[in-house]
Design a protein around this ligand. Structure first.
Ligand code: ADP
Ligand code: MG
Length: 248
């Protein structure tokens, strides 16, 4: 029976879900071997936030990203992303859900035999954007990431920084409300790392919620964003305008 109290609770919960872009409630994830990769994680990220996630290797950062992408499901707890109850999502609804999220990785993951234009256009073809739209959208996003002149180049003809810009263009061309970046500057020199981070900041100013996993202490300290620190599967600090917390 739905009591008045119960209805109020459900309403309150729905409202909380709609204000947050990402919400984890007591989320744990264990793989078949080893200690839990995440233990009782609670996290709320509002629409439009820019958040760094830092922590030692093995602390659970990539597991968190994979849970948000629904590449993994939690062992226990609830995960909400842009209003979707991600843990309960039916398999056939996953592709549509993923359109909410652009993602970039340390190793770029470009298709090496395709040129820059094709790599980015591919993301639009998958969701069946008409060709005449693709012909407008791809040059536009390539110019946002500073690669307007390179559309015919193959990945091997580009620097690491340029390849990551292509990956970023591909992640953003469908205009997802969320961008996840798992160590996006891990293979880049300091100058290119800064350029990529500045680009992520710029993308965030247009309203995209941005979550960046990084080890780049200097950039995290300089950018003065919210910083979530993980250790052994637990969030050990969460600071507005935070910095990189030194070990010990
Ligand atoms: P991070 O990204 O912070 O380096 P991960 O989320 O990749 O951390 O890993 C967290 C923990 O889970 C580590 O102890 C790691 O060894 C373990 N782990 C990650 N992926 C798997 C897997 N597929 N199978 C078993 N254990 C894993
Ligand atoms: Mg990782």
């Amino acid at each position: 029976m739905k009591t008045k109290e119960n209805k109020r609770r459900i309403h309150k919960k729905n409202r909380a879900v709609s204000e947050q872009m990402i919400m984890l409630e007591d989320v744990s994830k264990s793989y078949s071997t080893g200690a839990p990769a995440l233990s009782g994680v609670n996290l709320q990220i509002k629409k439009g936030e820019f958040v760094f996630i830092v922590g030692d290797s093995g602390s659970g950062k990539s597991t968190l990203i994979k849970l948000l992408l629904r590449e993994l499901t939690p062992t226990s707890g609830q995960i909400y992303v842009n209003g979707y109850d991600v843990g309960r999502l039916k398999r056939r609804k996953v592709p549509k859900f993923r359109r909410n999220i652009g993602v970039v990785f340390q190793d770029f993951r470009l298709l090496k035999d395709w040129n820059v234009y094709e790599n980015v256009a591919f993301a639009q073809r998958i969701i069946q954007v008409p060709t005449r739209e693709i012909r407008k959208n791809v040059p536009s996003i390539l110019s946002t990431v500073g690669l307007a002149g390179k559309y015919k180049a193959k990945p091997r003809q580009l620097s690491g920084g340029e390849q990551q810009r292509v990956a970023l263009a591909r992640a953003l061309v469908n205009q997802p409300p969320i961008l996840l970046a798992d160590e996006p500057t891990g293979n880049l020199d300091p100058k290119n790392s800064w350029d990529i981070m500045k680009l992520l900041e710029e993308i965030n100013t247009t309203g995209t919620t941005v979550l960046v996993v990084t080890h780049n202490r200097e950039i995290v300290n300089a950018m003065q964003k919210r910083v979530i620190t993980m250790k052994k599967g637990v969030i050990v600090s969460d600071e507005e305008k935070g910095g990189y917390i030194d070990e010990d």
